[in-house]
Design a protein around this ligand. Structure first.
Ligand SMILES: [Zn+2]
Length: 383
């Protein structure tokens, strides 16, 4: 088993993991199933949670990951309140525009851009900006070519010609994947102009507990560990917003030497992370106890993402799962584990038992809001 010896953020020696999955099955952020255990370590020095990168992580992102490259428009559903769907790239753009004043002709880098969907939409709204793209894969170049020229992008390393070049570096759901975290953030600081701003979004495991067991999320940040990381890279934290997005930190930092280092209070965090660990150690038993109580009936799993796939891996009899249900039209008509994904309105009448694979904090409200099911009498399993 791969172990983690030193903290990704503060380099302190780590002790034993606070969580080791009870079996050698894990699920990635992309809802792929991999045959390795998930381990999570807690660093008491900086308040960071971390998971060992699995073998060949770099080549996974280079060639295997390629999230959402099926089409230009394919996107993850950020939230779905019946009938009102908001996609992640739009939400990210609106939030960015609300929170940041982008000066005329600003130079902006999308760090870990993927397809660069949010940046592309920003450039349509703000034709004055000069934008660049960066990722650790060549796979996105065909998308970039549609709205940028080769001098506007780089892959694998940030070129020296970009040093002190950007007013703003944006980064959406990237740093949680990065094993060489200090190096990456120092590189971001390097390409920022003095006084420039680093604006990024990472998952908040304390608001979305599933992030704890996402096996390819090397980093699970806390406010404490974000401060530690940024301040040691000579970036001052302007704001860590944990309310605008219901399961992520939206971080704004500026390239100015921090006036002081924030003191880490790890005892409160330590209690919280041990509770999360306990929760995930018990999930499999809970899923299987519900399964035992509802024998011999066809079932469905609501949620075609990480949580739904995770539940599927816990079931003893997957053949009873007739379908996955998801409101994201891009996921409908796909298959997970060879099982079709359908829209809520297409759920066959004879399926009354449903496992809900959603962030537990939002699951009940999301299911209650599905109007086409209001007359039905389902038995639900909630995480
Ligand atoms: Zn640490």
């Amino acid at each position: 088993m791969t172990t983690l010896q030193y903290c990704n953020i503060c380099n302190q020696k780590l002790g034993e993991p606070i969580y080791v999955s009870p079996r050698n099955i894990s699920v990635t952020s992309n809802a792929d199933i991999v045959a390795i255990p998930t381990q999570v370590y807690f660093c008491e020095t900086c308040g960071h949670l971390e998971t060992p990168p699995f073998d060949d992580l770099e080549s996974y992102y280079d060639t295997g990951y390629n999230i959402l490259t099926d089409s230009d428009d394919e996107d993850q559903l950020y939230q779905s309140i019946d009938g009102q769907k908001a996609f992640r790239a739009d939400f990210q753009l609106e939030t960015l525009l609300k929170k940041q004043t982008i000066s005329p002709n600003a130079k902006i880098l999308d760090f870990g851009s993927g397809k660069g969907t949010t940046l592309r939409r920003l450039a349509l709204r703000r034709p004055d900006i000069a934008y660049s793209l960066f990722d650790v894969s060549q796979a996105y170049v065909p998308f970039w070519e549609k709205f940028a020229t080769p001098d506007q992008w780089a892959t694998y390393t940030l070129p020296e010609t970009w040093d002190e070049n950007f007013d703003l570096v944006i980064s959406f759901y990237v740093l949680e994947h990065v094993a060489e975290l200090q190096e990456s953030v120092k590189n971001v600081a390097r390409v920022l102009k003095p006084g420039g701003v680093f604006y990024f979004i990472v998952p908040n495991v304390y608001a979305n507990t599933g992030d704890f067991v996402v096996v390819d999320h090397v980093n699970h940040f806390s406010e404490e560990s974000l401060h530690y990381l940024l301040e040691r890279s000579q970036l001052s934290v302007i704001e860590i917003d944990k309310t605008t997005h219901d399961s992520a930190f939206i971080v704004t930092a500026q390239k100015t030497p921090p006036s002081a280092y924030r003191v880490v209070e790890s005892s409160r965090l330590s209690q919280q992370v041990n509770q999360i660990s306990e929760y995930w150690l018990n999930v499999i038993e809970q899923v299987q106890a519900f399964e035992t109580k509802h024998p011999d009936k066809p079932v469905a799993i609501y949620g075609a993402g990480f949580y739904g796939t995770y539940i599927a891996t816990c079931l003893t009899n997957l053949s009873r799962v007739r379908c996955f249900i998801d409101q994201n039209p891009y996921k409908q008509n796909e298959k997970i584990l060879d099982i079709p994904v359908i829209a809520p309105k297409d759920l066959p009448e004879d399926i009354e038992t449903i496992y809900v694979g959603l962030n537990p904090r939002k699951a009940v409200a999301t299911i209650d809001a599905i109007s086409v099911w209001s007359e039905r009498h389902h038995s639900y399993f909630f995480l």
